[in-house]
Design a protein around this ligand. Structure first.
Ligand SMILES: *Cc1c(COP(=O)(O)O)cnc(C)c1O
Length: 398
């Protein structure tokens, strides 16, 4: 494979602090024109100087300079050695699954992202892989789920939508005691708030579609690791499977990561205010935000994360219909799935993101009819609160 090692992780500022790396890592001015921003290299192939003598790139599924810049940038943000970008978050998760063979067993969180659950159960079970979905906030439950054929521990933290926190250091340690790989989906936290490699994880997975892109205008995924052998295999699957992002998508995400620290600061600040006010609202039974002292995992979150992010759920003292009215009547908070963009979103897990779970099982998991999930954007917090409060006050018969 001709993945050009010499093109990786160059660029000034790669060793700076997070905010500096966000803007500079992986990128250097174009050698020919001096273009300060990495150009969108819209090319499928590259001129060779002689047969087999390429200049580091030969075909854009294998490697593209815009993608190389993004991969270097993402690796630097996670504090990892190697980054690989994919066509979607699902494609990056699928690439980790490509490491496994028939007969292998995977331990995963019982509240992982719905698409992850679907990939594991509906795609990979037919390839003779087996899965145990367990409460990964319970280290003992994880330890007990391991079998001799377990090869992967897949966790997500914070989880969706109840914002439970998994102890990355403890779980990585258990995985390594069993010679098992620990992969962490870091989409909700972003590397600005949490860097799983620092806690011993082997692989970090991202949906770039969310906070890293940050503007709800691109689909992408990424894997970051410190392990050169894993990275080489990820590169092999990029090339062999072909789920790579086009250079325009890479450009958009690179544009997004430059402002990641600024956006996350505001997301966190707004979310803190909204969470506190929701908690004081008479129609709100419970707020699930790890930044609140009332959250069951607050202490662990405070240890593992630098701040608590922009996503939360809250439970209304309301029926399914009243709750549907609340999420339908906000004006600023757009009724939509997804999260992590600068604009605020609202949704009802019972009828939207988690509708495929049977009602009984859903309620048992704490996903009640009155549950609402919001992705708090970077708008002015007073406008956001006025919108939310008015929707609740109008729709709920207090
Ligand atoms: C959105 C999301 C994914 C899937 O990413 P896509 O870019 O939509 O394929 C995976 N994990 C988490 C936690 C997500 O929020």
């Amino acid at each position: 494979m001709n993945e050009p090692e010499e093109h990786r992780r160059e660029g000034f500022g790669g060793n700076g602090r997070f905010e500096t790396r966000a803007i500079h890592a992986g990128q250097s001015p174009d050698e020919v024109t001096g273009a300060l921003m990495p150009p969108i290299y819209a090319t499928s192939t590259y001129l060779q100087d002689g047969p087999g003598e390429d200049r580091g790139y030969e075909y854009s599924r294998t490697g593209n300079p815009t993608r190389t810049a993004l991969e270097g940038n993402l690796a630097a943000l996670e504090g990892g050695e190697f980054g690989r970008a994919f066509a979607s978050g699902m494609a990056s998760i699928n690439t980790v699954m490509n490491l496994l063979s028939a007969g292998d067993h995977v331990v995963a969180g019982d509240d992982v992202y719905g698409g992850t659950h679907r990939l594991f159960e509906q795609v990979y079970e037919q390839y003779d892989l087996s899965f145990s979905f367990v409460d990964t906030t319970d280290a003992e439950a994880v330890r007990e789920a391991f079998r001799p054929e377990t090869e992967l521990l897949w966790i997500e933290t914070p989880t969706n939508p109840l914002m439970r926190i998994n102890d990355i250091a403890a779980l990585s340690k258990i995985a390594h005691e069993h010679d098992v790989l620990c992969a962490v989906d870091n989409t909700f936290a972003t590397p600005y708030l949490q860097r799983p490699l620092e806690f011993g994880a082997d692989v970090v997975s991202h949906s770039l579609t969310k906070y890293l892109g940050g503007h709800s205008d691109v689909i992408g995924g990424a894997l970051v690791t410190d392990d050169p052998e894993l990275d080489e295999r990820f590169g092999f699957y990029q090339n062999s499977v072909g789920a790579t992002p086009d250079p325009f998508a890479c450009f958009l995400v690179l544009r997004g990561t430059k402002t990641l620290p600024l956006r996350m600061e505001r997301h966190c600040e707004n979310a803190r205010t909204v969470a506190a006010r929701l908690e004081a609202h008479p129609d709100v039974a419970q707020v699930y935000y790890p930044g609140l002292k009332s959250h069951s995992d607050h202490d662990l979150a405070a240890e593992q994360m630098d701040d608590f992010g922009g996503i939360m759920s809250f439970e209304l003292d309301a029926t399914l219909e009243e709750t549907a009215d609340v999420v339908s009547s906000t004006e600023l908070f757009a009724l939509a799935e997804s999260l992590g963009g600068v604009e605020s979103l609202i949704e009802q897990p019972a009828t939207m993101t988690h509708a495929s779970i049977p009602p009984e099982q859903r309620r048992e998991a704490g996903l009640t009819d009155g549950l609402v999930r919001i992705s708090v954007g970077t708008e002015h917090v007073e406008d956001l609160w006025a919108d939310l409060e008015s929707a609740i006050d109008t729709a709920v018969d207090g």
